[in-house]
Design a protein around this ligand. Structure first.
Ligand code: ZN
Length: 269
């Protein structure tokens, strides 16, 4: 089945939704929404694959990854990740990347945390190259380092293009990532009124070409208006697509089609 909408980054495999045992997936499919459930560690990456296989003939996929917030608290095992990365329902590597936002109150260990985050991210770039699946990147307050790593490692390895999920950088940083071949996923935050300290999403979406824009929910977090503040789920991606259509001045049907096609091309569905 070809979905009408696509949630390119979601977490039905995380607390808040996983307890439902796939009910949120059923609601999404009934609404015409396909999805990629992203892993943040080995356990929820495996669960994402399990959920994808429980919906074998449906547009439900997994990406397997190791989130930078676990750099010092969990172990990254390349071979174990490689095994699950090769699963046919695995369509991407991530979420992976750098997160300097969550380490602000850990002053004395910042150097160590940054170094380990970088090493684990580079391992996942290598993995994406080895299995030829796109990177699903998480980055907060670390775009300078992220771009530097990608500019060297990514170019050397010539990894297939990937996604920057929930982009919070500047237009200048977006330009550099665009030039490297990356696309961008937008979620509930684009439906919120502009806020100090957050990117001007309207200007950013206006700037990006249509073939580099995807829709996501990042559920169970960041629910779009009119569900803001409630627990998010993949079916709500429709609200984000409506907002993207408004900003890009195209019909909702057209925006839905474009975001599905972009997902199909990048994840090779
Ligand atoms: Zn996420």
């Amino acid at each position: 089945m070809m979905p009408r909408y696509f949630d390119a980054h979601t977490h039905v495999n995380l607390a808040g939704l996983k307890e439902e045992g796939g009910a949120a997936i059923e609601r999404a499919l009934a609404a015409g929404v396909g999805m990629v459930n992203s892993g943040t560690d080995m356990e929820d990456s495996r669960l994402a694959i399990e959920m994808a296989h429980a919906n074998e003939d449906e547009p439900v996929y997994a990406s397997v990854g190791f989130h930078p917030e676990f750099a010092l608290t969990k172990k990254f095992d390349y071979e174990a990740y490689k095994e699950i990365a090769l699963d046919p329902k695995t369509v991407g590597i991530g979420e992976c990347g750098l997160d300097y936002y969550r380490i602000e109150n850990k002053e004395e260990r910042i150097g160590e945390i940054k170094k380990r985050q970088r090493e684990i991210f580079e391992e996942q770039i290598k993995l994406a190259h080895e299995v030829q699946k796109p990177l699903v990147i998480h980055c907060r307050d670390a775009f300078t380092d992220l771009i530097e790593i990608l500019d060297v490692k990514y170019k050397i390895l010539n990894t297939v293009p990937g996604l920057i999920h929930f982009f919070t950088g500047t237009k200048d940083e977006a330009k550099k990532l665009l030039d490297m071949g990356f696309a961008f996923t937008f979620g509930g935050a684009v439906t919120y009124p502009p806020k100090e300290g957050m990117p001007d999403y309207k200007a950013l979406v206006e700037y990006l070409p249509l073939d580099r824009i995807l829709s996501e929910t990042d559920a169970p977090f960041v629910a779009p208006v009119p569900y803001r503040g409630a627990r998010n789920e993949p079916a709500y991606v429709i609200e984000t697509v409506k907002k993207l259509a408004e900003i890009k001045n195209v019909s909702v049907e057209e925006m839905a089609k474009i975001t599905v096609e972009n997902a199909e091309r990048i994840f090779r569905l």
